[in-house]
Design a protein around this ligand. Structure first.
Ligand code: MN
Length: 271
């Protein structure tokens, strides 16, 4: 934070203006990059709720997952007051903003609105979910918001922006279980309702497509990921397929609880 000059006109004006005791501070990131329309929709949806700080990657970071950049410096471009483009991942953006740019701990971290759903095992690849996850790790309530791709044409982010705003209002008032985030996925058409879901699973057939570059050398592009949802009735992908908004509470702990006991038997006598 820049040191404030107590004699400046701005400081005097601020001193006279009744400032709400607790004006919420909302930090926003995404993984589609600073210029993505989904980010602008999310900013607009919560602009009236408090001070909004935007700290987003300067380019697409979809698939970046929870990567933290440790092998090079990060550069911050200040676009305007409280608006930052960073040459890093969504996790870098949240971490840097909380440590250096916000001036105090944010009350809420929002990530999105992602172009495309983040359901099932996709969650482990998602930079959008990771942005919110970083908030949860820093003990800040967090929401990741993703919107389904329509069969054709651009995404209409209106519905996703509205639910993001409603959830933000609720969390700013009531809080969220410490260390958790909400992963919200919004269908392309008008939602039939809201379902509280769990992270589902999918059968993965990731395809590395081979092509040849102009020099005759092969290159590969992980492009077509053919995913078959399994039939979990309470899974996030099922809600999306049924036309519902899904809200899944997630946390960072990846321990598979049910395996603890069987694994303890399994390792007996290994040494
Ligand atoms: Mn994305």
């Amino acid at each position: 934070m820049l040191p404030r000059d107590p004699d400046s006109a701005a400081s005097k004006a601020n001193a006279e203006r009744p400032v709400p005791a607790s004006r919420p501070l909302i930090l926003i990131t995404n993984d589609d990059g600073y210029d993505a329309p989904g980010l602008q929709a999310l900013i607009g949806s919560v602009a009236a709720l408090g001070r909004v700080v935007v700290s987003a990657p300067d380019r697409e970071q979809s698939g970046a997952s929870h990567a933290l950049t440790l092998d090079r410096p990060l550069r911050v471009q200040t676009v305007a007051e409280d608006r930052y483009r960073i040459d890093g991942t969504p996790t870098d953006c949240v971490h840097l903003a909380v440590d250096r740019l916000c001036g105090r701990l944010p009350d809420l971290v929002l990530s999105g609105i992602n172009r495309g759903l983040n359901v099932g095992d996709d969650v482990t690849y998602s930079g959008t979910v990771a942005g919110a996850l970083e908030g949860a790790l820093l003990r800040i309530p967090a929401i990741a918001v993703s919107a389904a791709l329509p069969p054709e044409g651009p995404i209409d982010y209106t519905q996703a922006a509205r639910i993001a705003c409603r959830l933000s209002e609720r969390i700013l008032a009531d809080g969220l279980t410490r260390g958790t985030l909400l992963n919200v996925n919004v269908p392309a058409g008008p939602a039939k309702g809201i379902r509280v879901t769990r992270q589902g699973t999918r059968e993965y057939r990731a395809t590395a497509v081979e092509r040849t570059d102009p020099a005759g050398r092969p290159y590969y592009w992980i492009a077509d990921i053919d995913m078959t949802p399994t039939g979990e009735p309470d899974g996030d992908h099922t809600a999306a397929a049924d036309g519902f908004i899904s809200i899944s509470p997630l946390h960072t702990n990846m321990t598979h609880e049910r395996s603890l006991e069987s694994l303890a038997h399994w390792v007996e006598g290994l040494l």
